[in-house]
Design a protein around this ligand. Sequence first.
Ligand code: GLN
Ligand code: ZN
Length: 756
Amino acid sequence: MSKNYVIGFPRIGEKRELKRALESFWSKKIDSVELERVAKELRERHIKYQKKAGVEFISVNDFSLYDNMLDTALMINAIPDRFKNISDKTELYFSMARGADKIAAMEMTKWFNTNYHYIVPELSKKDEYKADIFKIEKEYEEAKKLGVKPKINLIGPITFTALSKRVDGEDVFEFFGKVLEVYKEVLSLISKLDDDVLIQMEEPIFVTDLEPKVLSLIKFTYDSLCKVDENIKIAVITYFEHANEAVRILADTPVWGVGLDFVYGEENLKSLDVLKDSDKVLIAGVVDGRNVWRNDIQKSVELLKDISKKIPKDRIIPSTSCSLLHTPFTLKYEEKLREDIKSWLSFSLEKLDELNLISKLFFEESLSEDEEKLYEESKKALSSKANSSFVHNKEVKKRVESIKSYDRELPYEERIKIQHKELKYPILPTTTIGSFPQTDEIRKVRRDYKNGFITEEKYEEAIKRYIDDAIAFQEEIDLDILVHGEPERNDMVEYFGQMLNGFAFTENGWVQSYGSRCVKPPLIYGDVSRDEPMTVKWITYAQSKTKKIVKGMLTGPVTIINWSFVRDDKNKSEIAKEIALCIKDEIEDLQNSGIKIVQVDEAAFKEGYPLRKSKIKEYEEWALNSFRLSVSSAKASTQIHTHMCYSEFNDIIKTIEAMDADVISIETARSGNVLLRVFKEVGYTHEIGPGVYDIHSPAIPTVEEMEDRIKAFFEVLPKTQLWVNPDCGLKTRKWQEVKPSLRNMVKAAKRLRESS
Ligand code: GLN
Ligand code: ZN
């Protein structure tokens, strides 16, 4: 019989039902009973979908009302002190996730190199762990009632610990013994749920370059977990990269199976020899769980056949490469997508059918009529994509092949002199990161225009009015370098995607980012090119309203790529070059229209870093080159800024330096000088705007506070190298907060200028 395995399923719902229910619950429109009713309905529906698609290994406990790491913390009673007085379970759960009256929420951070954010558990010496499998038991029983014998998903103890933080010291692994003990308790309780139970232990930390200390825990951990009860079988699942070091160890433990990602971890093939000599079942990830393109069925089947040359077929289970959490739910509701593009895609539901088809073909079972049809469709779609003139553009290819230089016209030392002469800004120049508050009014204008409720003329009038006000305000407070405020932009990537060829947008392609929040990344399906200027109209309009300099605002190629679903038939380095050429042209147009400063945002530069050190060089090379190519059209006198949304530059400072932006603004407001020092240590000479206040908080910083902060920067960097700006865009703030804050910021800069 054919077998197949789904690591996890999205839980937000095909129409984001869970999002709606959560938000209604938080705003007290529904109670917890109603919330649980919706949640249960979704869990059941999702199991039914998988069952219908012929999935054999279906999960429970992949569901979560907020996040699985948070669920795990509660499963073992790792509750930070500040929440201990909250007795109501639901209230406790959401307070940990989102904070409560005067109690700070737990921190959130990105799940490996995805855009999903997990809650970072906080461990402390005082913790007393105890097992609570209420949630698991409930979901297990639900599934059984639907006639499914599910596997139970758990975050593995090593990954859980590695991703937690310690609140009373440094080494979180000091508590590992305690964590392991409570996991044993959990397993022991689980073993009583049924005659035999399969437990999926997700250990994605195994795909990173593990320290020997952590590696040395694997054998002991899985030896002892397997021993808890003979009723349980454990599958250790990894994803996003290869896990060769860990596999070697796991092969020598009693675990039942090992899950490897053959889509993003081709090197996993090297582990086959190790597994061959063991008795392990190989859960082989061949259906891409984090991208949206249709699977090349034949290729996947061939891959499985290759694998089966080493591992007997009866020990192979085809699976998704990771949880389907990272892809949108279904194509079913896409009505506006061009038919051909739609035919090239596969979201979670469609991937189930692909997986089923792959396993049928691999295990050489006969196909049903529907499966035959899907197979034919799939082949047709792949060939249509391979030959489509929407995808392949000879001109773009030619241009990329003929790129000659990635360099600016002069080196920084010469450029900056020319720029100072041309731009004449004072020392400690003041500016902002680009966006101003996105008011309800401006959102409505954009929406109405998109829906055809207002004419283009009315739309443009409204945008211009916003820009007029933004410029007037910036002049009034005497800011040095102004911005237009980005009122025409919904999102810094989507805006550019909509103007470029090669991008498509879904109506319902939502992916959970954290809690109830979802994002709808653009799809880069084809060669990217630009037909006409994308920002010149608005920037030059703003410039026409003032004698001061207005800074043009663009999004860089690396950020556009990292926040999109990218085609899988071309290297990212190539795609990045195509996008870079568009930005290069845009800068040229801006410059020719009299714009003297252009900022190219690379908010997501750092998050694209690979999980394995050995791959960093390759990433840095294309990321760096594409940024440099983007700005290579700027004349020496045109000043290029870039902005990055973080402050931890220690590992990447050389690359940041090599980007060669004239000015970089970064997010230091919360970390202060500690992280700034690295710029001094490497002898970074270009100008820097370390954020002088935290835009994530509604608080209005005083002149004195900001003066102090800027003065503190002087301890690290010379005054002549510093800019004064907030630490990110202001679009999420209100004008009542932004106005006094910026007014104070300008005052602080002026005081320090005068006192020097
Ligand atoms: N220019 C963008 C803005 O101000 C930058 C946003 C970001 O870095 N995330 O909104
Ligand atoms: Zn930012």
